[in-house]
Ligand binder design. Structure first.
Ligand SMILES: CC(C)(COP(=O)(O)OP(=O)(O)OC[C@H]1O[C@@H](n2cnc3c(N)ncnc32)[C@H](O)[C@@H]1OP(=O)(O)O)[C@@H](O)C(=O)NCCC(=O)NCCS
Length: 193
């Protein structure tokens, strides 16, 4: 069995480097880079999040994703920031059900992530798939550590972190937050290869 296949059958992180994947709940997802054509759909996605989800995603009071922020994401910020979207596929139709972003710090060998899943699609494996896609892509850039931050009490994010084998670490700067860390393993790197 190849390393990548062995890792796949471990079942923790789904290898989703390209093309549609079927997640445990049966949803067919296409996880792909954000493009300029998605700008308005991304803003609608953020607007449609519940107040609680938006608060959890942006760690505070964001109501709208400013178009300048969308432009920043699309601009690539010097090739270190990578936005992704998760589309749910149903026959000929596709609909954005999640988004994620990861930022690579090449000098530190780390990748920082944040993500959101549309409320009515939460709990169906989309977040796990997005985080798996980030891990694969980040490993491909040479990152050795994936990290993010979440508000204390964000049970869904903490459950997702545990699901993918991440650990909770005390946040040095802000007592409202928990830092989540996951080493990128030989499995992630094998899948990414
Ligand atoms: C956090 C978030 C991305 C999780 O996405 P999701 O698609 O619901 O996650 P999944 O369906 O892949 O679930 C992952 C695990 O968490 C568990 N889980 C999901 N929601 C949960 C909740 N509210 N409470 C407890 N566990 C939960 C699932 O049961 C699953 O574990 P399992 O596979 O062992 O059953 C989503 O809830 C979200 O978008 N929240 C708002 C934004 C946010 O909080 N972002 C994180 C900070 S950047």
């Amino acid at each position: 069995m190849s390393d990548a296949l062995a890792c796949y059958t471990e079942g923790r992180l789904r290898p989703s480097p390209a093309g549609p994947i079927r997640v445990g709940s049966g949803l067919l997802l296409d996880i792909r880079p954000l493009t300029a054509a998605d700008a308005e759909a991304l803003r609608s996605h953020v607007r449609a999040l519940s107040t609680r989800s938006r608060h959890n995603r942006y760690l505070g009071g964001v109501n709208e994703l400013p178009s300048t922020e969308v432009a920043r994401l699309l601009g690539g910020v010097g090739g270190t920031v990578f936005p992704l979207v998760a589309d749910m596929l149903d026959g000929d139709r596709r609909a954005m059900v999640g988004e994620a972003v990861y930022a690579i710090d090449r000098a530190a060998g780390t990748a920082e992530f944040a993500l959101s899943v549309r409320d009515e699609w939460q709990g169906r494996g989309v977040g796990t798939a997005l985080l798996g896609a980030i891990a694969v892509r980040a490993a491909r850039t040479g990152a050795a550590l994936l990290h993010g931050e979440t508000l204390r009490g964000n049970d869904a994010m903490l459950a997702l972190a545990a699901r993918v084998g991440a650990v909770e670490v005390r946040h040095r700067g802000d007592p409202r937050l928990i830092r989540i860390e996951r080493m990128l393993t030989a499995c992630d790197i094998a899948i990414a290869a």
